[in-house]
Design a protein around this ligand. Structure first.
Ligand code: GAR
Length: 219
């Protein structure tokens, strides 16, 4: 266990991922100290206020460019001295200055089995590609979009009857189970990094991280 278990969550919209992190906190070792959005109208703000944690909106439209916004965001985040910064549906590209400031302590959850389907509309992309499986990846953030080392992946088998909406619904349920656990692994010191290799409990993981199936999550 490390002595700093504080996390700050960044989000842009509904905040259901944030909610899952808050709801499961009591069974894990991390402590959510603040949630920050770049969109003042994001519903997630209400969730954070209700949970009685610091809830802040920093409107990116009020800044001249990406780097000045990201610098202001860094100043806000660092007030809370977090061990880990958690992206939870934070839908803004990050500047290289921001990413390098939090190197090794910035993670994201992306709704695809990376390296497949980076970017947006991943559910439709997986269906159009005829993939057998779809899912979500928890990964460290690097400058290249959706490309950092993967810590874990949760996957579901695509059904013939699936639509982008039905797939999204299933993947979100899995995301909300695995993300809090992955956060806990990092904050409690179980995840370490050696160059490009990620280790869980000193055991090196392969490039797709710990593999978790939907069935396993239901058990
Ligand atoms: C989540 O499903 C997350 O995987 C996705 O945004 C959603 C946020 O939902 N993130 C990305 O696409 C990042 N590339 P929420 O606002 O209800 O938490």
């Amino acid at each position: 266990m490390t002595d700093n278990n504080r996390i700050v969550v960044l989000f842009s919209g509904n905040g259901s991922t944030l909610q899952s992190i808050l709801d499961q906190q009591s069974k894990y070792q991390y402590q959510t100290v603040a949630a920050i959005t770049n969109r003042p109208d994001a519903f997630g703000l209400q969730r954070a206020e209700k949970a009685d944690i610091e809830a802040l909106a920093l409107d990116h439209k009020q800044f001249q460019d990406r780097s000045s916004f990201d610098q202001a965001l860094i100043e806000q985040i660092d007030q809370y001295n977090p061990a880990l910064v958690v992206l939870a549906g934070y839908m803004r590209i990050l500047s290289s200055g921001f990413v390098s400031h939090y190197q090794g302590r910035l993670i994201n959850i992306h709704p695809s089995l990376l390296p497949k389907h980076k970017g947006l509309n991943t559910y439709q992309s997986a269906l159009s590609a005829g993939d057998e499986k779809h899912g979500a990846s928890v990964h460290f953030v690097t400058e290249e979009l959706d490309s950092g080392a993967v810590i874990l992946q949760a996957s579901t088998v695509i059904k013939e009857t699936d639509t982008a909406e039905s797939l999204e619904e299933r993947v979100k349920v899995m995301e909300q189970k695995v993300y809090p656990e992955a956060i806990d692994w990092i904050v409690s010191g179980r995840i370490t990094q050696n160059g490009q290799t990620i280790l869980l409990d000193q055991q090196p993981l392969d490039s797709q991280g710990v593999q978790i199936s939907e069935q396993h999550l239901e058990d």
